[in-house]
Design a protein around this ligand. Structure first.
Ligand code: O2Y
Ligand code: MN
Length: 622
């Protein structure tokens, strides 16, 4: 009797190795030899296969069913594995300076962690040999971007987690049709292990295998390789997302002359029927997903979402900047999401979704902070840590602050008709922004591409509960990409500057701040859906309507040029737009110090010029 086929003496329990392109077979053979899984599963991306993933996740007690919804499950992780881990994320190059700028002596660098290629080899040798023993290696072929688009790129991920396999099927275009376009070409090699060979040497907490002490997420940017070990969570394990689309992606983009950015993409049609696409970069947990799916309280505006997190952008032969969303799903933050902040998300996440680290209700549903008003009175809550009959008195949140939904893009009721178009959508404006309680106006338009690049490089934001940073410290986050930089930040800024060419129609660059507060600590702007009023002003500026006035930091809206009609509370225009002298003195000093300390000689001279010019306009002398 013929048994299952084998790769490197390992039984292939799903799929046919003969269907693999030569280079893919060589890759999986090499990884199987190194990691020694018990079985190999060659993923095809089919519906039947997905049913198997769900069955296996349930059998392994990795997830529980949520009978209140259609095909939704809930995973609860080891409490030590709840977010992407910046401190354990490395860029691996020959020379340190390729990856990160040299900080001033005595200053701790904050623009990434470097590891030498030699060191990485050692770290791989001390982790990966035998790491998949007793487990199944899932081989996941995926395309970031529409399959076959000239902007798209292919990756192959080997992972020993079925949760990762199921999530990658949502987040990427995963399936064996990728092999047809791949042929004999190269691909991004993604190797992931939760780092717990079986039988496990330590108890597995919450049935969520991981090895927090040995977690490492390493990127070889020159050879397009990702080696991730020890975590099963989000950005650490769904390697198509931050690791590929941003870190490896921006290294490829630099080589090929395009941009891989931490940006949402949204289409806006105004009441006159004019449609424009805008991209926006905001630091993690600044409401990017909410903005990408904004519901306008003013009739006549139509918002259509292309993506909420990542944009790959290229200038086409006509000099138009075009963007695609390389992803295929949303991996959004649950806490704070409700019918007020994001009604569109509430419409899309209760079907074919994997929830992680949310609380569970006794009627088979989910709960998180922000849903209090939407909770049925008779239900009881089990917190994300398994605490039954949870109440607010417990002093701990019901859901983890970084709890997530993982939902296919196609669930989005306002998905743009061109979301899947291979040529991408034309971009009229680029927004930068952060969470700035003080001093930064609701909106300003930068004076030029160069000034816009300076504004992007100077982005700062108040840290929230995300990842490893706690409290309310305002932190620098150039281009909102600091955690995702894969080469020297100075060169990154340079790359942005080099995008400007005479024949290109450069989009206007704006800076927005929804989070300015008054002296009493109240927000000056209502935010959420009302942000359409600011987007409308941006669209009109893209058509050069004379609704802006010069200021030292850029162009501000002429008083009254943002539509404030029908807002629930009056707006204090003056406070929203004032540029306090003492604040701006501190701000410019802080930006200059930051660049000097962190980027030093790698800072492009054009950015120093922008600083000097802005200081002059502000009347700040040395
Ligand atoms: O903590 C994680 O692993 C997820 S991080 C994330 C997920 C979706 C979109 N953006 C982010 C981010 O940190 O920017
Ligand atoms: Mn993000």
């Amino acid at each position: 009797m013929m048994g299952n086929p084998k790769i490197e003496n390992t039984e292939v329990v799903h799929g046919n190795p003969q269907e693999l392109p030569k280079k893919v077979l060589a890759f999986v053979s090499e990884i199987a030899q190194l990691c020694q899984p018990d079985k190999i599963w060659l993923c095809d991306g089919s519906e039947d296969e997905n049913k198997d993933f769900t069955r296996l996740m349930l059998e392994e007690n990795l997830v529980i069913n949520l009978p209140k919804y259609e095909n939704c499950v809930l995973a609860r992780t080891n409490p030590q594995d709840v977010a992407r881990m910046e401190s354990k994320t490395y860029i691996c190059t020959e020379e340190k300076r390729e990856a990160i700028p040299e900080p001033k002596p005595g200053v701790k660098g904050t623009l990434g962690n470097w590891m030498s290629l030699k060191q990485l080899d050692e770290e791989i040798k001390s982790r990966f040999p035998g790491c998949m023993k007793g487990r199944t290696l899932y081989l996941l072929p995926f395309s970031m971007g529409p399959i076959g688009s000239p902007i798209s790129h292919v990756g192959i991920q080997a992972s020993d987690s079925v949760y990762v396999a199921a999530s990658m099927r949502i987040m990427t275009r995963m399936g064996k049709n990728v092999y047809k376009v791949l042929g004999d070409k190269d691909f991004v090699k993604c190797i992931h292990s939760v780092g717990v060979p079986l039988p496990a040497q330590k108890p597995i907490i919450n049935n969520w295998p991981c090895d927090p002490e040995k977690t490492m997420v390493a990127h070889k940017t020159k050879t397009n390789e990702i080696w991730s070990y020890g975590s099963g969570y989000g950005g650490n394990s769904l390697l198509g997302k931050k690791c590929f689309s941003l870190r490896i992606g921006s290294a490829i983009a630099r080589r090929e002359g395009w941009l891989a950015e931490h940006m949402l993409i949204v289409g806006i049609t105004n009441p006159q029927g004019v449609k424009k696409y805008i991209v926006g970069a905001f630091p993690s947990q600044c409401g990017k997903t909410n903005l990408a799916m904004l519901t306008s309280p003013i009739p006549g505006y139509k918002i259509e979402c292309v993506g909420d997190d990542i944009a790959w952008m290229r200038f086409d032969e006509n000099g138009v900047l075009r963007a695609i969303n390389p992803e295929f799903g949303f991996f959004g933050v649950c806490p704070g999401t409700n019918h007020h902040t994001n009604p569109v998300a509430m419409d899309m996440i209760f079907k074919n979704t994997i929830f992680t680290n949310v609380a569970k209700t006794s009627d088979g549903g989910v709960f998180w902070e922000g849903l209090e008003k939407e909770l049925k009175t008779h239900v009881s809550i089990t917190s994300w840590t398994g605490e039954k009959h949870w109440t607010r008195d417990s002093g701990k949140p019901a859901a983890h602050p970084n709890a997530r939904f993982c939902t296919p893009l196609v669930n989005c009721p306002i998905l743009d008709p061109h979301w899947n178009s291979p040529e991408g959508v034309p971009i009229s404006a680029i927004l930068f922004g952060g969470r700035r309680p003080e001093g930064i106006p609701l909106i300003y338009e930068t004076r030029s591409w160069k000034h816009g690049v300076y504004a992007g490089a100077s982005v700062s934001s108040e840290a929230t509960s995300a990842a490893e940073y706690k409290g309310h410290k305002v932190m620098h986050d150039p281009f909102s990409a600091r955690p995702f930089l894969s080469y020297n930040a100075g060169k990154y800024i340079e790359h942005w500057l080099q995008m400007e060419k005479d024949y290109r129609k450069m989009p206007k660059i704006f800076h927005v701040n929804w989070f300015r507060k008054n002296k009493e600590g109240h927000y000056l702007w209502p935010g959420f859906g009302e942000n359409i009023r600011v987007l409308d002003w941006i669209m009109r500026r893209c058509d050069n309507e004379p609704i802006a006035v010069e200021s030292p930091i850029g162009l501000l809206p002429k008083e009254g040029s943002i539509n404030l009609e029908g807002l629930p509370d009056p707006i204090n225009w003056e406070e929203l737009f004032e540029l306090p002298e003492d604040f701006w003195k501190r701000e410019m000093n802080d930006i200059e110090t930051y660049f000097n300390q962190q980027i030093g000689d790698d800072l492009p001279p054009a950015i120093r010029e922008e600083i000097e010019n802005q200081k002059k306009r502000l009347g700040i002398s040395k």
